[in-house]
Write a protein that binds this ligand. Structure first.
Ligand code: SF4
Length: 214
C-alpha cells in the first residue's frame, strides 16, 4: 500500500466518500436559496407564476419565499424601482442575512426599462446594491427567471469559502441607505456631489457682474 492510500476498515467501505469543503458548502447553499417575498411592479407577477406547479421552483429548494429578509438569502428585484421605493429596497437588502444574492429581474430593475428617463425612476438597481444575475425582458418569462436561478447556482458553485466576501473583515457589505429629498441621493456619492456644487458656485461667482462692470 502506498503512503497516499488510506486504509478504510471493511465495515465502513460502503459508507465513505471524499469531497472538498467548498463542494459541500456550495451544494448546500445553492440547493436552498430562499427568496425574500416582495415585488415592485408587473415583473412580480411573472415571479409569482414561477412558483406555481407549472414552473415549479420548488425543484431547486427555493419555494420558501420569506416575508422576513432576515431569513432570506436572495432578493429578486422584480419591477420598476422608483426613487421613493429605493431606500426601502436597500434597507431590505441590508437586513438580509449573509450570504445574500441579488437578481435584477426585467428591464426596469436592470436599467430603468421603458421608464429610464422618468424623473422618478432609478435606472437600474445595480446603482445601489450589487447584482449577481440580470434577467432581461419586459417582462421576462418564468422560464427566463428559472434560467437566472440556474445561472445563480452556477455562480454559487464557483465560490470558495476562502475568498467569499462575507468572511473578509475588510470588505464592507452594508450599503448606505439613499436619502430621498427633492431627488434620490446616494450618500456614497456625497463628496462628488459637493465638489460639483462647489464648481457650479465658483462658475456662477465668476460670471456674476462686478460693481465696476454694472
Ligand atoms: S420590465 Fe416591463 S414588465 Fe417588468 S416591471 Fe418593467 S415595465 Fe413592467
Amino acid at each position: 500500500m502506498s503512503e497516499s492510500e488510506i486504509a478504510v476498515p471493511e465495515g465502513l467501505r460502503r459508507n465513505v466518500f471524499l469531497s472538498t469543503v467548498d463542494a459541500i458548502y456550495n451544494w448546500s447553499r445553492k440547493s436552498s436559496v430562499w427568496p425574500v417575498m416582495f415585488g415592485l411592479a408587473c415583473c412580480a407577477i411573472e415571479m409569482i407564476v414561477s412558483a406555481s406547479s407549472r414552473f415549479d421552483m420548488s425543484r431547486f429548494g427555493m419555494e420558501i419565499m420569506r416575508p422576513s429578509p432576515r431569513q432570506a438569502d436572495l432578493m429578486i428585484v422584480a419591477g420598476t424601482v422608483t426613487k421613493k421605493m429605493a431606500p426601502q429596497v436597500v434597507r431590505i437588502y441590508n437586513q438580509m442575512a449573509e450570504p445574500r444574492y441579488v437578481i435584477a429581474m426585467g428591464a426596469c430593475a436592470t436599467s430603468g426599462g421603458p421608464f429610464k428617463d422618468g424623473y422618478n425612476v432609478v435606472s437600474g438597481i445595480d446603482k445601489l446594491v450589487p447584482v449577481d444575475v440580470y434577467v432581461p425582458g419586459c417582462p421576462p418569462t418564468p422560464e427566463a427567471l428559472l434560467y437566472g436561478f440556474m445561472k445563480l447556482h452556477e455562480k454559487i458553485s464557483r465560490q470558495s469559502v476562502k475568498t467569499v466576501p462575507w468572511y473578509q473583515r475588510e470588505v464592507e457589505r452594508e450599503v448606505p441607505v439613499p436619502v430621498l429629498g427633492p431627488d434620490l441621493i446616494d450618500v456614497r456619492r456625497l463628496p462628488e456631489i459637493r465638489a460639483k456644487l462647489q464648481e457650479r458656485k465658483e462658475n456662477a461667482d465668476a460670471e456674476a457682474p462686478t460693481p465696476e462692470s454694472a
